[in-house]
Design a binder for this molecule. Structure first.
Ligand code: 7TS
Length: 414
């Protein structure tokens, strides 16, 4: 993995990169797979697949509880992954990295462990109108439990959060501000650094849902000055079932555990249990050991490609696809100035599920539906959209393949 690519991937770089992903050779309906559903989950490079294989073939063992060689190897690898993630996010210390199941669990952890003991009736939690359900529902649950109120900062028709309205929603009542870094349904990149500063100015803590950002943007949690940052490994070329919650140390230390069990205790008696220090206090039970190991390798892989090359390639794909969408008179949902490589669209009034079914017939994988953002679909007055989301391994030829099917869809439904 000591490849180093330039700031722009050459055609031969791209061929080499595609070769790293065995699944891209799979045939669907006797055609080459065209995988344009990267925002749902990304594909895995061979090095990640090999790391999981190596773990199970050579040192599968539980962590933090054995003195034997395998357990030490597994523990070291698991903890090295934590250090890798800390370095990746530019966190001060690796104990600020909590391994969780994914973004969803990270947000629930903060809602229940930070929010539940603290929030009172009439306190406010502020989110935006473009959030994924996993950055809406945990806060609604918390509101039911505490009597706090959920406020929603509105967006404009391009799919951008209206900054003046966001500011107007903030007050001394605001205790938690939870923001997507990038919208999964529209691709909008939020100006979160400025939004975090505004939240801080009224004394609110901030949680950033980075599920869609980590695959595309370099994130520095200290520079952002967010209190919490969450992401999922499976969207960033790592395994499913593992994700990360970064938190400021003083907050994490003050928070009670989210779950109780083994691993997270120093001592247990029926009278009193003493919890472990960070990060173990928040990791009850046997963790997703191979997931952490795979995430480490995935982050190394991303690093070897470089975010400049990734960003350039994905931006080119977005521009190309957007141009074709205009040419084909598709209605694009989400036209923010700052956008990542997600194209949500409607083909006339044809239901997105019908479009998706026909695309699948040609081996093209997109996501159709409400994208776990039902309030957002309501805002745009559509039941669902077709969403093509591009990763650095996608090509213009694949986008051509997508748009070649659009006239065929129209023929069927005329
Ligand atoms: N937040 C955002 C912005 C997301 O896009 C997703 C998953 C989540 C949170 C939840 O992540 P999880 O790993 O805990 O499930 N988004 C999508 C999607 O757009 N299509 O499938 C999953």
């Amino acid at each position: 993995m000591d490849k180093h690519f330039g700031k722009v991937f050459s055609p031969s770089d791209l061929r080499e990169i595609r070769n790293d992903f065995p699944i891209l050779k799979v045939k669907i309906k006797h055609r080459p797979l065209v995988y344009l559903d990267n925002a749902a989950t990304s594909q895995k490079p061979q090095c990640v697949i090999d790391a999981l294989d190596r773990y199970y073939s050579h040192y599968n063992s539980n962590v933090h509880r054995g003195l034997h060689e395998l357990s030490e190897l597994a523990t070291t690898a698991y903890e090295q992954s934590r250090q890798r993630v800390a370095h990746f996010l530019k966190a001060k210390e690796s104990c600020q990295i909590i391994f969780v199941k994914g973004t969803t669990e990270a947000i629930n952890l903060v809602a229940q462990s930070y929010g539940r003991p603290l929030l009172k009736k009439d306190d406010e939690i502020l989110i935006t109108a473009l959030e994924h359900h996993s950055n809406i529902v945990p806060w609604q649950v918390l509101c039911e439990q505490t009597g706090a109120k959920l406020r929603v900062a509105p967006i404009n028709l391009q799919g951008e959060v209206i900054q003046e309205e966001y500011e107007a929603c903030l007050s001394e009542k605001t205790k938690i501000v939870a923001l997507a870094h990038i919208s999964n349904a529209l691709g909008t990149i939020l100006p979160i650094k400025a939004m975090i500063a505004k939240a801080r100015a009224v004394g609110a803590i901030t949680l950033i849902d980075g599920a869609q950002a980590i695959p595309h943007l370099r994130v520095d949690v200290q520079d952002l000055d967010c209190d919490f940052y969450a992401f999922s490994a499976h969207k960033v070329y790592g395994p499913t079932g593992i994700g990360v919650l970064y938190g400021k140390k003083e907050l994490l230390e003050a928070m009670p555990p989210y779950q109780g069990g083994g691993e997270m205790i120093q001592s247990v008696s029926f009278e009193k249990t003493v919890y472990q220090n960070l990060p173990h206090k928040f990791e009850a039970g046997t963790p997703h050991i191979e997931g952490a190991i795979g995430l480490h390798v995935a982050l190394d892989y991303l690093h070897s490609l470089g975010y400049e090359g990734i960003a350039h390639q994905e931006h080119e794909l977005l521009l190309y696809a957007t141009e074709l969408a205009h040419k084909h008179h598709l209605r694009i949902i989400g036209e923010a100035k700052e956008k990542t490589s997600i194209l949500s669209f409607m083909v006339d009034n044809i239901h997105a599920h019908d479009v998706g079914t026909i695309l699948n017939h040609y081996g093209i994988a997109v996501r159709v539906g409400h994208h776990c953002a039902m309030p957002l679909m309501e805002f745009f007055k559509v039941p669902s959209t077709v969403r093509a989301s591009f990763a650095f391994y996608n090509t213009q030829d694949e986008i051509d393949a997508l748009f070649e099917v659009i006239p065929k869809v129209r023929e069927v439904f005329q």
